[in-house]
Design a protein around this ligand. Structure first.
Ligand SMILES: Nc1ncnc2c1ncn2[C@@H]1O[C@H](COP(=O)(O)OP(=O)(O)OP(=O)(O)O)[C@@H](O)[C@H]1O
Ligand SMILES: [Mg+2]
Length: 201
C-alpha cells in the first residue's frame, strides 16, 4: 500500500475532509483504501463506507498497521494527521510516501502552512476551499492570497464545494452515495495524487 499523510498544525484546514475524499476516490477507482484516525479526539463511526477506517490513536497499534500497510502490495493508506500531536507527525511523515498539507485561503492559513512545509520540506500543499468558478467574486482575493505560497510546492486546488454535504460526518446509516459534486472531486483528487505517487517511483 502507498501511505499518504495529511498534516497541518492549524485546525480546520481540511485534513479529515481530504482524507475521506481521497479514500473514497481510491475506492471509485477500484483500489482498496483505508483512512487512519490519529486525532486524540474520539473518532466518529464510519460504517458502510466503500473504504476502511482504522482507529490509530494508540501509537503501538498505529505503527503495527503501517508496517502491515507497507508490506501489502496494492491500495492506499490515508493518514488523517492530527495537528495537536507534533511528535507523532515527525514519525508519520517519515513513514509516508507522500505528505500533504491542506491550506485554506485566508487569515493565518498560508503562514502556518509555510511553517509546516519548513518542518517537512518534501511535503506538498493542497489549496483547499478554492472558489472554482473563474468569475467567482472571491476569486481575485483568493489569487492574491495564494501568491504567498511557493507555486512549485502546490500540488492542486480543491474546490469550495467539494465537501458540500459534510462528507466526513458519516454515521448515516446506511451509507448513501455522496452527491455528484463530491464524487467528481474525490475522483479528481485521487487521480492527482496517484499521478504524483507514480511520478515519485
Ligand atoms: N473543500 C471544502 N469545501 C467545503 N467545506 C470544506 C472543505 N474542506 C473542508 N471543509 C469543511 O471545513 C470544516 C473543517 O474541515 P476538516 O474537519 O476536514 O478539517 P481538519 O483539518 O480535519 O480539522 P481538525 O484540525 O479539527 O481535525 C468541516 O466542516 C468541513 O466540512
Ligand atoms: Mg480532522
Amino acid at each position: 500500500m502507498k501511505i499518504v499523510a495529511f498534516f497541518g498544525t492549524k485546525g480546520g484546514t481540511g485534513k479529515s475532509t481530504l482524507s475521506h475524499l481521497l479514500a473514497y476516490g481510491a475506492s471509485l477507482h477500484g483500489q482498496a483504501a483505508l483512512v487512519v484516525h490519529t486525532d486524540a479526539r474520539e473518532p466518529e463511526r464510519h460504517q458502510g463506507r466503500p473504504y476502511h477506517y482504522f482507529d490509530g490513536r494508540d501509537p503501538g497499534r498505529l505503527y503495527a498497521l503501517l508496517e502491515r500497510a507497507k508490506g501489502t502490495e496494492a491500495g492506499l493508506c490515508v493518514i488523517d494527521g492530527a495537528g495537536n500531536r507534533p511528535g507523532l507527525t515527525a514519525t508519520l511523515a517519515k513513514a509516508a510516501d507522500l505528505v500533504l498539507i491542506p491550506c485554506g485561503i485566508g487569515g493565518q492559513d498560508a503562514p502556518l502552512a509555510l511553517a509546516d512545509l519548513e518542518q517537512i520540506p518534501a511535503a506538498w500543499l493542497i489549496v483547499n476551499r478554492w472558489p472554482t468558478l473563474p468569475k467567482h467574486p472571491r476569486r481575485p482575493k483568493a489569487e492574491a492570497y495564494i501568491a504567498q505560497l511557493p507555486r512549485e510546492r502546490v500540488l492542486c486546488r480543491l474546490g469550495e464545494s467539494a465537501a458540500a454535504d459534510r462528507f466526513t460526518e458519516s454515521d448515516r446509516a446506511p451509507w448513501t452515495t455522496p452527491s455528484a459534486r463530491v464524487t467528481t472531486a474525490a475522483r479528481a483528487l485521487y487521480r492527482r495524487i496517484a499521478d504524483q505517487l507514480a511520478a515519485q517511483v
